[in-house]
Design a protein around this ligand. Structure first.
Ligand SMILES: Cc1cc2nc3c(=O)[nH]c(=O)nc-3n(C[C@H](O)[C@H](O)[C@H](O)COP(=O)(O)O)c2cc1C
Length: 310
């Protein structure tokens, strides 16, 4: 920018004022609607206010005779739950760059019946016998993406799904893990409360029995950062959803506390998987099952049901 000049007659000429705000002025804050990419298709909106009443943090308002918008200065409270998009009957609301046409419709579409869900929940089994080979990668991708829709505390999301998606890679990991835990046990490096893993490692080397990874071709490790509101709950829920989705598609799964024990017994194995030391996590094995269960088990009395009235 040119500086001020003094003309021959002593006149001081200031440079022309720059168009726009002063360079040191704070950037104008975009409105909440822009920050959240909240947009309402006015041709579709019926001004029913369902988006307003269902917003868990109450940051949507509608001026009289106008259309829904984000309350000034409250965009930061948005939980990114997308309820406004999900509840709008005509599909008028977009938010966070998501348009309603890309959602799966719910009204009029068949959700699984209670009968089907009951059969899935009672018929789901821990699968400990697997066929060799990989699960179809397209199916796996579909299962993982659907699992990412599982709920998280305060809708924090932010989970990481680490998948050993290739059976040869799983085999290498299995061998390495067993050998490293055996060596760590011999060197007295395994904390006392984890030493019980020793008999499973021994069975692997002495009896050729894989009681830890159950010969599974894949593993899924879900982790959550420690600053999430509910890290352990989020992790377990995601795996529970994955398990039901997988088993509905004929993919076998088994929760694997023993894999977690192995990872804790030799923590460099966690680093090998890219698992940060301070993340909450849990493990599940999966693959194409080598067995088929003919019927459900009968555990309706497996939990105490207490009806509480106050
Ligand atoms: C948190 C958790 C950890 C588990 N860890 C293992 C494990 O390390 N190895 C295993 O074979 N099964 C494991 N299981 C599977 C249970 O043994 C199994 O769920 C239980 O015996 C009931 O059988 P079902 O899953 O077929 O109904 C685990 C299950 C849960 C819920």
């Amino acid at each position: 920018m040119p500086n001020a000049t003094v003309s021959e007659d002593g006149q001081i000429n200031l440079p022309a004022a720059r168009a726009g705000p002063h360079p040191l002025a704070p950037e104008p804050q975009p409105r909440g609607d822009q920050m959240l990419q909240f947009a309402v298709d006015q041709d579709l909106c019926t001004q029913c206010d369902l988006c307003i009443s269902d917003c868990p943090v109450r940051i949507i308002e509608r001026p009289e005779n106008g259309y829904p918008r984000i309350v000034e200065d409250e965009a930061d409270d948005c939980m990114a739950c997308q309820h406004c998009l999900a509840i709008c009957p005509p599909g008028a609301v977009s938010i966070l760059g998501r348009d309603p046409e890309s959602s799966q419709p719910l009204s009029g579409e068949a959700l699984p019946t209670l009968d089907a869900m009951e059969r899935l929940v009672r018929g789901r089994r821990s699968v400990r016998q697997y066929r060799a080979g990989n699960v179809d990668p397209a199916l796996l991708e579909r299962l993982l993406k659907a699992t990412a829709n599982a709920p998280t505390g305060v809708n924090r999301q932010g989970l990481t799904f680490r998948v050993i998606d290739d059976h040869e890679s799983m085999e290498r990991f299995r061998r390495k893990a067993m050998a490293e835990v055996r060596d760590a046990l011999s060197a007295g490096e395994v904390p006392e409360q984890l030493q019980a893993v020793g008999r499973f490692v021994q069975a692997y080397f002495e009896e050729d029995r894989d009681l830890v990874f159950r010969g599974a071709p894949h593993a899924l490790v879900v982790s959550a950062p420690p600053d999430a509101p509910c890290p352990q709950e989020d992790v377990v829920l995601a795996l529970a959803y994955f398990e039901l989705l997988a088993q509905s598609a004929g993919v076998g799964t088994v929760w694997c506390g023993l894999m977690k024990m192995v990872l804790e017994a030799k923590t460099s194995l966690k680093a090998e998987l890219g698992l940060p030391a301070d993340h909450a996590y849990y493990c599940m094995l999966f693959g194409n099952p080598a067995i088929e269960y003919a019927r459900t088990v009968q555990r309706d009395d497996g939990a105490a049901i207490r009806h509480v009235r106050l």
